[in-house]
Design a protein around this ligand. Sequence first.
Ligand SMILES: Cc1ncc(COP(=O)(O)O)c(C=O)c1O
Length: 469
Amino acid sequence: MFIINELSEIVNKEMISFHMPGHKKGKIYEKLGYINVLENLYKMDTTEIIGTDNLHSPEGIIKVSQENTAMVFKSDYTYYLINGSSCGIQSAIMSVCNPKSKIIVNRDCHQSVINGCILGDVDIEYIPCEICKNTNILKGVNVINVIDIIDKNLDAKAILLTYPTYYGMTYDLEYICNYAHSKNMVVIVDEAHGAHLGLSEKLPKTALEQGADVVIQSTHKTLPSFTQSSMIHVQEDRVDLDKISNMLRITESSSPSYLLLSSLELAVDIYENKGKELMEELLDNIQNFKNNVNKNLEIYSTNDKTKVFISAKNIGLTGYELENILRKKYNIQVELSNYYGVLLICTIGNSTQDFISLETALDDIVIKEFKSTKLDNIKYPVDIPQKILTPREAFYKTKKSVKIYDSIGKVCGESIVPYPPGINIISPGEIISKEIIDYLKFCSSKGMVISGLKDMTLNFIEIIDLEHI
Ligand SMILES: Cc1ncc(COP(=O)(O)O)c(C=O)c1O
């Protein structure tokens, strides 16, 4: 048994988790006394039989549970999702935008947004994203840019924004919602990283509080539910609930997991009854950690204080190196690393001891790994490439591999995502520039992670074969 053996080893080693899922290896369930429920969970794995209701047409226990959750999260209607936020995002796009229509989207969107547009044959107009020069942290959109793009694309059906960003940055979503509504656009928010925001006044306001119409949250990322369990919250005024239900019947399994549904209910129970108190404790722990952390390291301020970005560039370590050292030598796993640093996802599942262990490990790393050479800064190409095909048109075209420098001026056939900052530097259907190729070559020479490429050695790149259009 390969998967089970590796996972058992991680469990036995009692690794400290600063990554998703938010229950942190179940520690929160143990702490709050939910273990009796969980011990029997495997026996609760069932299907639609008498009494268990049906996620796709709820009339019984699932209906009541979703209604309670809608009250807790202050939405008109809440759907439980068992295929992650990805299926929620795709369903939201396809239920609001008809084929051949247009949606406005932040460039640093998640892949599921582009996939939703491929499935639904929806064209995308991108809003450039703001990036911190020193860290490549994604800061979100600039409101002035958003207004400008809305004004230039009044035929768009909807605007979809990531809020907060993966790195915990936010912006004035309320202003954008009001403006988009005044132009008859629906506002869809990918709040995959913000399911916990309602737990404290010290955190940014939720997307629903700011007027969004459809909000998709990965409950599993920042609250204590199982991986792949998510939610959509809907405010009914501008959205057709029947269309969303129909789309979810297409994008989700017809045999929804009752384990995932149960874990969503557990997360809501914890959120409602203990969440605020636990969030206060977490925010205190994070503040103490920031006060005490070794001064040779830099911690960047994020609007969502539960996201912590630590850079060791002043001691000459890349984020990739820091992630590896923390995991291999100190048994601590972070959420992600980029060239400049590592990102922690801290949730109400983390204990005070987790932060003390991290602080001690970092002190040790500064002493043992100090390098006198500092890291160079790198400049990310921010211009959005020219698009000549919609995501769906590009998806169905024939592709061919060419030598990487021969691809300049050609139409890209793959989605290429370098970390940092973790967004599509180029998408299928867009024109490849020399600046982009130079950046990719630079990334690869520094050992950065680049995902999406068919040829990971970066000698060849997939382009769209225009002769076969
Ligand atoms: C910003 C963002 N949106 C959506 C998703 C998709 O969420 P899920 O993993 O719940 O499908 C992710 C996943 O990492 C994400 O980072």
